[in-house]
Design a protein around this ligand. Structure first.
Ligand code: ATP
Ligand code: MG
Length: 443
């Protein structure tokens, strides 16, 4: 492929005048335009950059609009009443317009990692950027962005697009190419590997060979990334509407195991592919809901990713003599504890996850006419999520289909029918049957 052998980009910009590109001001949010114009009128340079230019060039609707400028964060703050400065690692100005936030970043300079100023504006560790607040020129700023297609600048002064990194040809070819030396750039910020996969899935792009090759070997660098930042990235990866495709790429590039190590172990070692089908079903379910504009919660997906671990731990504890209910409780606690070593899960999601897990055993025990407690379960605030979870389990054979169907009919029935369906306490109480699935719980 000749387009993959292009020499490393040099900051000799190609300027595409307004007459030769398709981005019109009508496509840009009024608030982003307001920010761009106010910066320009105050004498600063102001560009729309990143996803805004990339997505509009592809005829897609951008998720948000990012602005780059030579104004310092404090200068931006002075221009906008509704502005807040955020971030320590990477200081930014957020200009708020109701629900819309325009992110304004000051041009960053390139820096020499051996010259790290640990106390001040830049901090590096093992080639990783801990803090990056040295300001520079627009050319320098372009070189330190991640992918060539993310480094296109729409200039509000003349409505041209400025391409410093050969991004336009890559955009046309559908290629994600890291700017500069991919290995060094991944070492600076390992999250860029996740971003490569995210954009590849979202845009249907290919990761250019030189940018793709180092990923599996460097994936373990993700272990240095704070758990809270990884949580934010995982949300974008799995809740962006292309979760199933993203998951496949995460596994192909050996990134998944560094985000969900316990779940990955099951996927790698299982022979019948049940958990892979289950997780895929959950991801497709979320993708479809997003496509249908229905509400989605990360608790559901995270629960699906941890379910194989919970099931196995519960079985281990029961084998050790614990009763079913405490074994499940302990399994939830342990599975969550292990997971948050890698990717943080805020309480507002881990509590519902735990409920989805524990409700599974209640759905199993109270269904099929096992008694009145089925009626009360319907009123549980997490019933709906737990029922949806049961449907997925039944779909792949992890729960009896007749049980799932019973709960479906039960909900669709009127109150009188429900009482009849619920039956009496002495009904056919179901025992949890589990086929043990290796691998055994980790040390
Ligand atoms: P989207 O908003 O659709 O997720 P985006 O490309 O706009 O995609 P943002 O996270 O909003 O992504 O970041 C805006 C821009 O900032 C990117 O396009 C890229 O130029 C730059 N950028 C973001 N994160 C990094 C990073 N980790 N390393 C280098 N550049 C980055
Ligand atoms: Mg963006």
């Amino acid at each position: 492929m000749t387009d993959e052998q292009t020499a490393p980009p040099i900051p000799q910009p190609v300027i595409i005048p307004r007459s030769e590109h398709g981005i019109s001001r009508a496509d840009i949010s009024d608030n982003a335009l307001k920010v761009l114009y106010r910066l320009k009128n105050a004498g600063y340079q102001a560009y729309m950059v990143g996803g805004g230019v990339r997505d509009l060039s592809l005829g897609r609707e951008p998720k948000d609009f990012d602005v780059a400028t030579d104004a310092r964060p404090e200068d931006v703050k002075a221009l906008f009443r509704n502005c807040r400065l955020i971030g320590r690692r990477f200081r930014l100005a957020h200009v708020h317009f109701g629900p819309e936030i325009i992110e304004v970043a000051t041009f960053r300079a390139l820096h020499d990692p051996t010259n790290g100023d640990v106390e001040g504006d830049v901090a590096m560790e093992d080639g990783r950027i801990l803090r990056d607040n040295v300001y520079g020129t627009v050319e320098e700023d372009a070189m330190r962005r991640d992918f060539t297609i993310n480094s296109l600048y729409y200039n509000i002064a003349d409505f041209s697009i400025v391409d410093f990194a050969n991004g336009v040809p890559d955009l046309k070819a559908g290629l994600l190419r890291m700017i500069g030396d991919p290995e060094a750039r991944y070492r600076e910020d390992p999250v860029r590997m996740l971003r490569a996969v995210r954009f590849a899935a979202k845009l249907g792009f290919r990761i250019e060979e030189g940018s793709a090759k180092p990923i599996p070997e460097m994936a373990e660098l993700l272990e240095h990334i704070p758990q809270a930042r990884l949580f934010e990235e995982v949300l974008k990866l799995l809740m962006g509407g292309q979760g199933a495709q993203t998951f496949e790429l995460l596994r192909r590039y050996r990134l998944f195991g560094h985000l969900f190590p316990e779940a990955d172990r099951f996927l790698e070692q299982e022979e019948d592919g049940l958990w892979l089908r289950f997780i895929n079903a959950a991801l497709r379910n979320t993708d479809q809901r997003i496509a249908d504009d229905k509400p989605v919660t990360p608790a559901f997906l995270f629960a699906a990713l941890l379910w194989p671990v919970v099931v196995d731990l519960q079985q281990t504890y029961q084998d050790d003599g614990e009763d079913e209910a405490p074994a499940l409780q302990n399994a939830c606690t342990d599975a969550l504890e292990r997971q948050v070593q890698r990717v943080a899960i805020p309480k507002r999601f881990s509590l519902p996850m735990r409920e989805i897990f524990t409700l599974q055993s209640r759905l199993e025990r109270y269904g099929l006419g096992a008694g009145k407690r089925a009626l009360r379960l319907l009123g549980h605030p997490r019933f709906r999520a737990a029922y949806d979870f049961l449907l997925l389990r039944a779909e792949v054979g992890d729960a009896p289909q007749e049980l799932a169907d019973w709960w479906t009919r039960f909900q669709d029935s009127n109150p009188g029918e429900r009482v009849e369906m619920a039956g009496s306490e002495g009904g056919p109480r179901r025992k949890r049957r589990r086929r043990r699935r290796k691998p055994a719980a980790s040390e």
